[in-house]
Write a protein that binds this ligand. Structure first.
Ligand code: AMP
Length: 171
């Protein structure tokens, strides 16, 4: 997968000073990179029965839909507060400054569903943890938290340590 790391572009000081933003746009624009990364993310999960793949707004949506398709599973969006049209269950989480709220449709997961949670980047882990809480509230079983990129130095895996997790590119 080393060949695809060049498709992940570092943007300094975005969206604010001090942040090194991992921009996956070049990777998304390259069909072979998209194809091979989807397969590699799928291989990280292994030969499992998966009922639902969750994508976290918004960059988690891209590969989560492709993964859902490969598993013949449903795709479930988790979105920021106020974006989902039907009845929702909400979870607040810590941002660098203040709190955010994430929501899922209350009927998105059935009790016992086997769920993969996907996002582009695992940073501090607050976002992923909030989504794990949402899945548990609805009675789903988390098979894996799955990421394209892990920013290892931020130690986000500690926040999701009860759950299996995997990432394709580690920095
Ligand atoms: P966190 O809750 O700190 O783990 O942040 C994860 C969320 O923020 C993911 O949805 C990412 O898309 C986004 N994110 C955090 N840090 C970065 C970064 N350095 N580059 C790109 N996206 C990031």
């Amino acid at each position: 997968m080393k060949e695809f790391e060049s498709f992940i572009r570092d943007i300094h000081d975005f969206p604010k000073p001090g942040v090194l933003f991992k921009d996956i746009s070049p990777l998304l624009a390259n069909p072979k990179a998209m194809h091979d990364c989807t397969n590699a993310l799928y291989d990280l999960i292994g030969d499992e029965r998966i009922d639902k793949v969750i994508g976290i707004e918004s960059r988690g949506f891209f590969f989560a839909t492709l993964l859902a398709n490969k598993f013949d599973a449903g795709f479930i969006p988790v979105r920021k507060s106020g974006k989902l049209p039907y009845k929702t269950v909400a979870e607040s989480y810590e941002l660098e400054y203040g709190n955010g709220i994430l929501e899922i449709h209350e009927d998105a997961i059935q009790k016992g569903d086997r769920v993969v949670i996907h996002d582009d980047v695992l940073a501090t882990g607050g976002t992923a943890r909030a989504v794990c809480n949402l899945v548990e509230k609805l009675g789903g079983e988390i098979v894996q938290c799955n990421f394209l990129i892990e920013l290892v130095f931020l130690n986000g895996k500690e926040k999701i340590q009860e759950f299996p997790y995997a990432a394709l590119f580690k920095y």
